[in-house]
Design a protein around this ligand. Structure first.
Ligand SMILES: *Cc1c(COP(=O)(O)O)cnc(C)c1O
Length: 397
């Protein structure tokens, strides 16, 4: 990760195809497009890859979340349970849908804790939206069981988990809808892009229409299409889809490289008695974009992170201070600083997020260090990193 590290002739060829036709629009222009349907082809190949019936490619992972919520009928006043460790997009999509993000704790998988989810359920709860963070999955079987016993909709944010599996089944295929991102720093990148995937045809048709002004995409005259639903524009362009198509075909190569590099680093780190690795419910299904581990306490973790930085170990993340990924620094949410008037705010059904306490998540994230696995690292690069990391850890433990 990220996929842009291995751009090559394959991406250039796909983009060139599109430029030669002049058709950047993903629908119609049948005669002019010379048989090139990049978005559609991406969707077909993604569905096969994930073992799911339907995929719809859209403009971003954030729009995938909005499309998923709308297609499942989650909206004004509904509560959606999410983890506090994610990307801000997850709670944004819920708020902009008029719904209420309810935060439950994470566990040592770095993802939603199924027991905490159960405790967060109220009569307003409509959906549970786990986020498979940093390339590996939540305890998805337990989360799915909670959802089915309480009659809740399961929507997966698999934006960071393309290629991850749980006992052979792909991340994003456990709930009613799964969401993916192909933004510029994800494993597979379109530059900007996302996808919603589902096994339910009716839901897929709703998503497909919602993402393009409600147009039903039936018939050849676009101006005469019907409208099943009100929608908006969350379309992807053929140029973005073309880049992603070439990238998607490299996914196995990327996973193999990440897994190999992660194995080398993990072996080295496991020599340190203070290091405890993140719990990955099915290790074999780890997409291995990151190696994440815990140190004994916050103070030592901070000190180690600082020294790793000074030693030049790049791609090291301390999420507890990170403003994109952990709720502790989401001042805009805590102060409800919004541009649009949010339905849930207007109805007075939003909790006071500034008073939120998530002690279990704090205790985990404050001791977590994640290291990004780069595709371009040679064995020698990894050996040098290991030497630097050992140098730092040996000072403390
Ligand atoms: C990247 C990401 C998103 C949003 O994807 P964009 O394509 O950047 O809009 C949503 N959730 C998570 C967990 C992400 O990492």
């Amino acid at each position: 990760m990220p996929g842009f590290e291995i751009f090559g002739d394959e991406e250039r060829k796909e983009v060139q195809d599109v430029l030669e036709t002049g058709v950047l629009f993903r629908y119609g222009f049948d005669a002019a497009r010379k048989g090139y349907w990049k978005a559609r082809t991406f969707e077909e190949e993604l569905s096969v890859r994930l073992g799911i019936k339907h995929s719809h490619l859209c403009s971003s992972g954030t729009s995938a979340l909005s499309i998923a919520l709308a297609s499942c009928g989650v909206g004004a006043g509904d509560e959606v349970i999410i983890p506090p460790f994610t990307f801000v997009a997850t709670m944004e999509a819920i708020l902009l849908a008029g719904a209420v993000p309810v935060f439950a704790e994470i566990d040592d998988t770095l993802c939603l804790d199924p027991e905490s989810v159960q405790n967060a359920i109220t009569k307003r709860t409509k959906a549970v939206l786990p986020v498979h963070m940093c390339g590996a999955m939540a305890r998805i079987d337990d989360l799915a069981a909670v959802c089915s016993s309480y009659g809740l909709i399961l929507i997966e944010d698999a934006c960071q988990a393309l290629g991850a599996t749980f006992h052979g089944k792909a991340a994003g295929t456990f709930g009613r809808v799964g969401c993916f991102s192909f933004d510029s720093v994800k494993t597979v990148t379109c530059g900007e892009g996302g996808a919603v995937v589902t096994d339910e045809e009716e839901l897929y048709l709703k998503a497909d229409a919602y993402a393009d002004h409600g147009h039903d995409h039936v018939g050849n005259d676009r101006g005469l299409e019907g409208h099943g639903v009100l929608g908006s524009n969350y379309r992807i362009s053929e140029l973005n889809a073309a880049v992603g198509l070439a990238q998607l075909r490299k996914l196995d190569f990327m996973l193999e490289r990440q897994r190999e590099r992660k194995k080398w680093l993990k072996e080295a780190l496991s020599q340190c008695p203070a290091v405890r690795f993140r719990n990955i419910p099915d290790e074999a299904g780890d997409s291995a974009t990151f190696l994440s581990f815990f140190l004994p306490d916050e103070e030592k973790t901070r000190a180690v992170v600082k020294e790793l930085g000074e030693a030049g170990v790049d791609g090291t993340f301390y999420w507890y201070d990170n403003k994109w990924h952990y709720i502790r620094e989401w001042e805009h949410l805590k102060g409800m600083r919004t541009a649009a008037v949010l339905a849930a705010d207007k109805f007075g059904v939003l909790p006071d997020y500034s008073n939120l306490h998530l002690p279990k998540s704090d205790a985990i994230i404050s001791r977590t260090i994640s290291m990004l696995m780069k595709l371009s690292w040679t064995q020698q690069d990894v050996d040098q990193r290991i030497e630097k990391i050992n140098g730092v850890l040996n000072k403390f433990f």
